[in-house]
Design a protein around this ligand. Structure first.
Ligand code: PLP
Length: 394
């Protein structure tokens, strides 16, 4: 393709996105504190971040990050198998494994990479064992899980969202030599609903499969000390591998896979996204470790964000807004068209409420929405303003 042709293709494709209201644009957002932002000179209450417990701005978390940067430097300087794996990483891994109740944990620079490296390791295990690996993925699983599977040559099947009867049929159909890996989230990122973990536990008794559970949005918000939804339901041993992000309720950055020592070693050896990337900064690891301590010491944060979620869900329900089932602080208001979702977000932003429109390909076509998220640090009067403003979209 000539330069002229590909430049034309770029312009045409971007113009197509604009016409379909699918163009994405960055805005510089200054985080003023855990729940307030300034965007283009306007101060807003932030109802769009995943900082569910406000820990991005917790003094103990900031102190831990600062202390680790002073002690070990601003960056890790190399991939973890070279010189990038230091005492802050090792200490955070031990803390995360204890928190999740697994034998071991492996830190990665992002939750996205944690999913990619974990899936790559599972694909390599099946391939080396001879029968290969087959991934069975919930239809609404996060893009990082889809991309992870695409980065391997392993086959995959997608089952309808939370449809365990269909998953059961797919498992019944499996080639017994193949490693079957079921991939799902515990709290879904864009719908805020929960996977049927009890149903998966029942299925696991009948069918052999490995369960990879992404607890990105459940960690911090559910379970004792924020250990996640599986821990809350007393199903902590259900997942063979659990991925957590350090970037959401933990207020830091990075991801971790929690599993047996052998599976963690498999990620370290076969997870290309682990091996070939500079490790996360020691400050991020130390901040995440401090966040886990804060969650244990300040359980009122989890109680508060869940009470706010219950309040918003019940008051919006009383105002006839249709919400998907669930009790999480992720509350989608589905409006349908991209244009309607963008316009609704603009109306809210004009009222000083920072809420964003979520459009395809992040969500299926025809389900563009506002994605509202709550934080333990939101004030009651701010939430009252949010509810009043959202009532306009019933
Ligand atoms: N998994 C889920 C379910 C997510 O929602 C996200 C991020 O939005 C990730 C993984 C990736 O995590 P990170 O942002 O730390 O890369």
């Amino acid at each position: 393709m000539s330069r002229q042709d590909w430049e034309h293709a770029v312009d045409r494709e971007l113009a197509g996105l604009r016409e379909q209201h699918l163009f994405r644009q960055r805005r510089v957002v200054t985080l003023l504190d855990a729940t307030h932002v300034e965007v283009e000179g306007r101060q807003c209450v932030n109802f769009a971040s995943n900082n569910y417990l406000g820990l991005t701005h917790h003094p103990r978390v900031i102190h831990a990050a600062r202390h680790a940067a002073q002690a070990f430097g601003a960056g890790s300087g190399a991939a973890p198998l070279i010189t990038g794996y230091g005492p802050a990483h090792q200490s955070a891994e031990r803390r995360i494994a204890a928190w999740k109740g697994t034998e071991n944990a492996v830190l990665l620079p992002s939750g996205y990479q944690a999913n990619v490296a974990t899936i790559q390791a599972l694909a390599a295990i099946g391939e080396r064992a001879g029968g290969g690996t087959r991934f069975l993925l919930d239809k609404l699983a996060h893009a990082s899980l889809i991309d992870a599977i695409r980065s391997t040559e392993a086959p995959h099947r997608i089952f309808p969202h939370s449809h365990l009867a269909k998953l059961d049929r797919l498992l019944a159909d499996a080639d017994p030599r193949q490693l079957q890996v079921v991939v799902t989230e515990s709290i879904f990122s864009m719908d805020g609903d929960a996977a049927d973990l009890a149903g998966l536990a029942e299925l696991k008794v009948r069918r052999p499969f490995v369960l990879l559970l992404d607890e990105a949005h459940a960690s911090g918000v559910y379970g004792p000390g924020g250990a996640g939804l599986a821990a809350e339901l007393k199903l902590a041993g259900l997942a063979d591998l659990t991925v957590v992000t350090l970037s959401k309720a933990l207020g830091s950055a990075g991801g971790a896979v929690c599993a047996s020592a052998a599976l963690c070693d498999a990620v370290v050896n076969f997870g290309r996204a682990y091996v070939y990337s500079t490790h996360l900064p020691p400050s991020a690891a130390a901040a995440a470790e401090a966040a886990i301590d804060v969650m244990a010491d300040e359980p009122q944060r989890q109680r508060r964000v869940r009470a706010l979620a219950a309040r918003v869900r019940s008051e919006l329900g009383a105002k006839s807004l249709a919400l998907p089932p669930g009790d999480s602080p992720i509350i989608p208001i589905t409006l349908g068209s991209e244009r309607a979702a963008l316009e609704a977000a603009r109306v809210l932003q004009d009222q000083g409420l920072w809420v964003l429109a979520i459009r395809p390909p992040t969500v299926p076509r025809g389900t563009s929405r506002l994605r509202v998220t709550l934080c333990s640090e939101h004030r009651d009067d701010e939430v009252t303003r949010l509810i009043a403003a959202l009532a306009a979209f019933r």
